[in-house]
Each structure stands twice: as C-alpha cells, then as structure tokens.
Design a protein around this ligand. Structure first.
Ligand code: 13P
Length: 253
C-alpha cells in the first residue's frame, strides 16, 4: 500500500523568519497526522532554519534542486551531499520552472536523478507537458520521453522515487487538470514505470499530482486510484492551507 505524500514546494518564497513562523503555526496543526507523509521544500537559504524547526516532527525536509557533481568549481551549485548535510531527505528534480525558465533538459535531469539516488536523497521527479503539447495530443509522448530519459539505466528501490505529474499549464494558473485527465496520466506513468522496471516496482512508486492544488480541490485528486499525493506551490505557503490539505489526505483513502 502506497502512503500518501503531501509535498510543499515553496519556490522562491520566504526568508528565514517567515519560514520559522510557518513551522510554529503549522506543526501543531499536523501533530496528530499518521497516514500522510509530509515534506516541505524551502529555498536553499531556508533549509538550515527549517531543519531545526522541523526536528522532532514527522515533517521532512526537501530541497528544490541540486547539481549532479560531488564537488568542485561549479559556482552557485549545491551537491546532494550538501543537501543531506543540511537535513534534506527529498529533492525536487526537473521542475518545469527549471526546465522552461532555467534551461534544464532531460540529460541534466537524468544526471541529477542518478546523483540524488547514489547519495541517498529521494528524488521527486517532475514531468509534465505544456499547453501546446497537450493541444497537439503530445502530452503522453512528452511525459513518456521525460520519464524514460530521467530513469534510463538507473537502479533504485521503488520506495525511494516519487514522480510528480505537473502539467505546465496548470502551475500557478488556477487552472487544474481535470481529475479524469490527472488520473489518466498517472495511470499512463505507472504503466511506463512498469515497462521500465517491473509491475511490482511500479505498484510501489508514488505518483503525485501538481498544479493549482488547493484545500478545496485536493480531495478529488487524492481519491484517484493512481494518485498518491500532491506537490503544492502557492497553496502551501500558508500554514492553515497546507495543514487543511494534509487533513484531507488523512481521511481520504
Ligand atoms: P501551484 O500549486 O502554485 O500551481 O504550483 C505547483 C507546482 O509547481 C508545485 O511544484
């Protein structure tokens, strides 16, 4: 049975004091949560303060990006070992904002994924099509290519990898994928994972939906048989809102 995972991607929001205040307000609200795994991914500068703030709670720490080399002359980059040292258990890889704004390609995503796994960080691999690709009926082809490139040749425990389906046109727009389309793609991803590894492994890999998820729409996504949680941007910035979504997860499946 796959445990639900609710992951907050704070993107480029919150200075240290804001992150700390979030933890003060959020943790009591989720203290009784048992069924849902929770991850918060602050900006790099918020990792240290959040690592301390989340200590002793069930909320885990994640990063939003990393570089694949272990160390060296890579100005501005952060390695997997540095993230582990900062307290991270998870790392978001291949987010569409990195792919589309910062020029990350499938090759880079694969290298990052491999380095994360090698170092014991659990990757949340983001895949998803643009609006144009969906309108041209290319959504599944694009997602399949992203998955194949990212995972090719990698050996991993299914519990250690999370896939987030985030259609680019649904991110930060207030427009969701329909529950039906999100489930259809999640099932397609699971079948693709089975082809890349095995049926058994694919049945253990968690697949999240992301894109304008909010407290008042998350339940229908979490009810879908192949959706095992959500990756949430804007609505994860308020403690009450994130706690409400975790609360839905606690009762939905
Ligand atoms: P929003 O929830 O703000 O649409 O962002 C989704 C996302 O990109 C999470 O990684």
């Amino acid at each position: 049975m796959r445990r639900l995972l609710i992951a907050a991607n704070w993107k480029m929001h919150k200075v240290k004091a804001e992150a700390q205040q979030f933890a003060v307000e959020f943790l009591p609200r989720v203290a009784a949560v048992e069924k849902v795994d929770m991850v918060i991914c602050p900006a790099f500068t918020g990792l240290s303060v959040m690592n301390s703030a989340l200590a002793g709670s069930r909320v885990m720490l994640g990063a939003q990006n990393m570089y694949w080399e272990a160390q060296g002359a890579f100005t501005g980059e952060v390695s997997a070992a540095m993230l582990i040292d900062a307290g991270c258990r998870y790392v978001i890889i291949g987010h569409s904002e990195r792919r589309h704004i910062l020029g990350e390609n499938n090759f880079m995503v694969h290298k990052k994924l491999a380095a994360a796994l090698e170092n014991g960080l659990k990757p949340i691999l983001c895949v998803g099509e643009t609006l144009q690709e969906r309108e041209n009926n290319l959504a599944m082809q694009v997602v399949q290519e992203q998955l194949q490139h990212a995972l090719a040749g990698l050996d991993f425990e299914p519990e250690d990898v999370v896939i987030a389906y985030e259609p680019v046109w649904a991110i930060g727009t207030g427009i969701n994928a329909s529950y039906h389309d999100a489930q259809e793609m999640a099932l397609f991803i699971r079948r693709g994972l089975a082809a890349l590894s095995s049926e058994e492994a694919a049945s253990k890999i968690r697949i999240l939906y992301g894109g304008s998820v909010k407290a008042d729409n998350i339940d229908k996504f979490l009810q879908q048989p192949d959706i095992d949680g959500a990756l949430i941007g804007g609505a994860s910035l308020e403690p009450a809102s994130l706690a409400a979504m975790v609360g839905v997860g606690e009762h939905v499946k």
